[in-house]
Design a protein around this ligand. Structure first.
Ligand code: TTP
Ligand code: MG
Ligand code: MG
Length: 436
């Protein structure tokens, strides 16, 4: 049914579209379980703040001051040293919970005090954002080694176009999904769930069907059986407000939505949302999987520990400035870009910011060229005031070899020089004498 109404990405493409949605299982909690594998199988909730040092380890050191506990001992910390939900007081909410904890009815967005009543024995841990980001990058790069068309949808989920990946059509995508699941587990130690369907809309719903560590394959003919019984809220794009309105008209499931006259939906929900509701209820969605967009510019900036002065702190500022230019050049070279517009950003001690840029006649990724041009830009700003932030940016990027296809969008403003700009030139000269 879906296939009949879903246009393929390329009209002449003989392969049916197979789109996967992949979502990591209990992600923030799973990241903590890597550190503390002894918690596997137990109810664990994440919430109540950021992780600083290892609090559990600190408690252990306090209890056994004579022993030498190190980070390597984390997996040996006895369970009684972990903080429990029982007795929690405060206004914190749950960020996520392990599947064993979910069996007690606790989950994302629930108040920790309420959760403490439902599952007092649950272990409560804070979020380690650095580790979450590291694992997020790791699982996405693992996918990209197998399937190149991936759309990043946030910290723990992506869409993947299976259509043209070798093996992507086998068993509707199940074979490739299994390979990706296994590879991610090998790389990170964390499980994920994958839904494969004719489009993003259905794939997103399907990835939830067999959580955790599940794969779900949806065929065009499955619309009636697998999608229509679901509540409208399961459609990514039907929020609580729209759902309430739909319920008010007696529309609770996607099937009930599909049964409504599209004209009535448009009258009731507006031209664009009404038409969209009708389309999604029939499983129609042509959105492509969008890979990472080309960067418009690359920049590096730094905020100083204390505000610096162009004259008095000239050596320090000059060194930082050169370093920033080298870093931007290095970023460009590593990612294979070159740029034509070179700019600077300054923030003064009163938080006022200024930018200046210049467009040169060739593309560059060379640190010395960037340094020279950025130095000229610096001559055009007021350097009599204290500076708290300095930044260097290169825009109008191309990947050499694809010149002409440059990413657009970088500020075209070629700032005009004012009387004050000129007046400040002498300070620039002091700051960057080697430029002149
Ligand atoms: P989700 O993928 O929604 O949830 P999850 O990975 O914890 O569990 P599931 O197995 O059902 O996918 O969110 C990913 C992470 O994002 C989650 O671990 C914590 C974080 N998150 C928040 O910070 N705030 C929120 O409101 C939600 C829902 C998640
Ligand atoms: Mg998840
Ligand atoms: Mg998610």
């Amino acid at each position: 049914m879906l296939g009949a109404v879903t246009a393929p990405a390329h009209p002449t493409d003989p392969l049916p579209r197979r789109i996967a949605h992949l979502d990591m299982d209990a992600f923030f909690a799973s990241v903590e379980l890597l550190r503390y594998p002894q918690l596997k199988g137990l109810p664990v909730v994440i919430g109540g703040g950021r992780r600083r040092e290892d609090d559990v380890l600190a408690r252990l050191r306090e209890a056994y001051p004579e022993r030498d506990w190190s980070d390597g001992d984390l997996s040996r910390i006895p369970l009684e040293f972990f903080p429990r939900l029982s007795g929690y007081t405060g206004r914190g909410v749950i960020t996520t919970a392990t599947y064993p904890a979910r069996q007690f009815g606790v989950g994302s967005a629930m108040g920790l005090m309420k959760a403490a009543k439902l599952c007092p024995q649950a272990i409560l841990l804070p979020v380690d954002f650095d580790e979450v980001r590291r694992i997020s990058r790791l699982f996405k790069s693992t996918i990209l080694e197998i399937a190149p068309v991936m759309e990043d949808r946030g910290v723990d989920e992506v869409y993947i176009d299976f259509t043209h990946v070798p093996g992507g059509q086998r068993e509707g995508g199940r074979v490739l999904a299994r390979l990706i699941q296994k590879s991610i587990f090998q790389a990170t130690g964390i499980t994920c769930s994958i839904g494969v369907a004719p489009n993003k809309l259905i794939a997103k719903m399907a990835s939830e069907f067999n959580k955790p560590n599940g794969i779900s394959i949806v065929w065009p003919d499955d619309l009636q059986e697998k999608i229509w019984p679901l509540p409208c809220r399961k459609v990514n794009g039907v929020g609580p407000k729209a759902d309430e309105k739909l319920q008010g008209y007696g529309i609770h499931t996607i099937g009930e939505l599909a049964a409504r006259d599209p004209g009535w939906l448009i009258e009731t929900f507006g031209k664009s949302y009404g038409a969209w509701l009708h389309a999604v209820s029939w499983g129609r969605d042509d959105r492509p999987v969008v890979t990472e967009s080309e960067p418009v510019s690359m920049s590096r900036e730094t905020t100083f520990e204390r505000d610096l002065h162009a004259v008095r702190d000239r050596a320090e500022l000059g060194a930082v400035f050169t370093r920033l230019c080298e870093q931007v050049a290095d970023d460009l070279q590593r990612k294979g870009y070159a740029g034509k517009t070179i700019g600077i950003k300054l923030r003064y001690d009163n938080f006022q910011s200024v930018t200046r840029d210049v467009t040169i006649d060739h593309f560059t990724a060379d640190a010395a060229t960037i340094r020279r041009q950025a130095g000229l830009c610096l001559k055009r700003v007021d350097l009599t005031r204290r500076i708290r932030l300095l930044g260097v940016r290169v825009g109008k990027l191309v990947k050499p070899g694809t010149e002409g296809e440059q990413a657009s969008g970088y500020s075209e403003s070629h700032s005009t020089r004012t009387a004050r700009d000129k007046a400040s030139d002498e300070h620039t000269d002091l700051l960057f004498p080697e430029l002149d």
